[in-house]
Design a protein around this ligand. Structure first.
Ligand code: ADP
Ligand code: MN
Ligand code: MN
Ligand code: MN
Length: 376
């Protein structure tokens, strides 16, 4: 007699079934609102343009209330499905009205336009996704005594041992699920706050970065669901002397990666300085609770950069400074940022924005008063 697990794990192909299951994934609303549903398709598909559009009831997700609440899903990227395996796939989609207009919550559409415009500069993004695991039914991190606090921060970052690391099975399951799916996950580590972890996705080129990060978040939601543990991307889950969670965004263009690229890096940083306030505005909700100037963050009130400086808005790695080319890290984005918005914004400011049309604000303009001269 087959068990539930036998049926779930059945290799359909081996059983002579030629159809596949495609799980369509989309962003439902703001914050971390990922949704998905499955459909049967004929035979294997590897090209998203060969997949049919689909739809869902937007009133059920609070996304498109009103008379015509149908939302159209357009397939954009395909990944292998680590849960169903075989030729079954996960499909990253974006969302449109029946008339073909992108929904206000569809930030992929505008991002793809910007990243298409700058494609000859081949922008690479490496995103460090920090996240916190909660015990189910509480808003309290994994490993923390119910209603109480663990010992102070210090031993937990990259920590090992039952009194320092909680959730490693989830982290490792997610790591392999990402690799199986075809996500360019580059590593994992335990974070400073107990119950908090990080993984990195990248380097990815252009819009692929946002697609992959969103799909990696989907996989994390699925894996934590299986473990009955709850994922939060809140940028400061526990107030006070506990580290918040960010989404450091590492970035380079072709010019920055070539010999002498430091000039391009410095130019990009000076443009980011001018646009500091605009960037902060789209770097995630609740980020003001995190960017206090403490706990390895720079205050959001001013822009700063430095080599190997983890208290700056932008950090240039020691390796890049020594070689004179490479990449830099924007440390400002919060864990709950939308990678479509952030990657496009960084590319737009550093490549398309011409500061000649927008002279540096006067030093009386508060948020920029601490901009240091761009030199190393
Ligand atoms: P940190 O030292 O800040 O913890 P991590 O090692 O966690 O940095 O993450 C760095 C990320 O930057 C990785 O995803 C890595 O693949 C990516 N990366 C490496 N080189 C580049 C580059 N030239 N451009 C953009 N991203 C890069
Ligand atoms: Mn990191
Ligand atoms: Mn980190
Ligand atoms: Mn970092």
């Amino acid at each position: 007699m087959a068990t539930l697990a036998d049926l779930m794990n059945m290799d359909l192909e081996k059983e002579g079934v030629t159809k596949i299951i495609a799980e369509y994934v989309w962003i439902g609303g703001h914050k971390l609102d990922l949704r998905s549903k499955a459909r049967t398709l004929e035979g294997p598909v590897t090209d998203p343009s060969k997949l049919p559009d689909w739809n869902y009831d937007g009133s059920s997700t609070g996304q498109a209330p009103g008379d015509d609440s149908e939302v159209i899903l357009k397939p954009q990227a395909i990944y292998r499905d680590p849960f169903r395996k075989g030729a079954n796939i996960l499909v990253m989609c974006d969302t449109y009205t029946p008339g073909g207009e992108p929904l206000p919550t569809n930030h992929r559409f505008a991002a793809a336009e910007v990243l298409e415009k700058v494609k000859e500069h081949v922008p690479w993004f490496g995103i460090e996704q920090e996240y916190t695991l909660y015990q189910a039914g509480t808003n309290w991190p994994l490993g923390w005594p119910k209603g109480g606090y663990p010992g102070p921060q210090g031993p937990y970052y990259c920590g090992v041992g039952a009194d320092k690391a909680w959730g490693r099975e989830i982290v490792n399951a997610h790591y392999k699920a990402c690799l199986y799916a075809g996500i360019n996950i580059s590593g994992i580590n335990g974070e400073v706050m107990p119950g908090q972890w990080e993984y990195q996705v990248g380097p990815c080129v252009g819009i692929d970065s946002g697609d992959q990060l969103w799909m990696s978040r989907y996989l994390l939601e699925r894996v934590t669901e299986m473990a009955d543990v709850v994922l939060t991307l809140d940028p400061k889950p526990i107030p006070g002397d506990w580290n918040g969670a960010g989404c450091h965004t590492n970035y380079s263009t072709k010019e920055m990666r070539e010999k002498g690229g430091m000039a391009a890096i410095e130019e990009a940083i000076s443009k980011l300085a001018i646009k500091h306030v605009e960037h902060i505005e789209c770097y995630g909700e609740g980020n003001e609770r995190r960017l206090t100037g403490k706990h390895e963050t720079a205050s959001m009130e001013s822009f700063s950069w430095g080599v190997a400086n983890r208290g700056a808005s932008i950090r240039v790695g020691r390796d890049t400074a020594q070689k004179g080319y490479g990449y830099f890290e924007d440390r400002r984005p919060a864990s709950n940022m939308d990678p479509y918005i952030v990657t496009a914004k960084i590319a737009e400011t550093t490549i398309l924005f011409d500061p000649k049309d927008h002279p540096l604000p006067k030093s009386s303009d508060k948020p920029l008063s601490h901009v240091p001269a761009p030199h190393l």
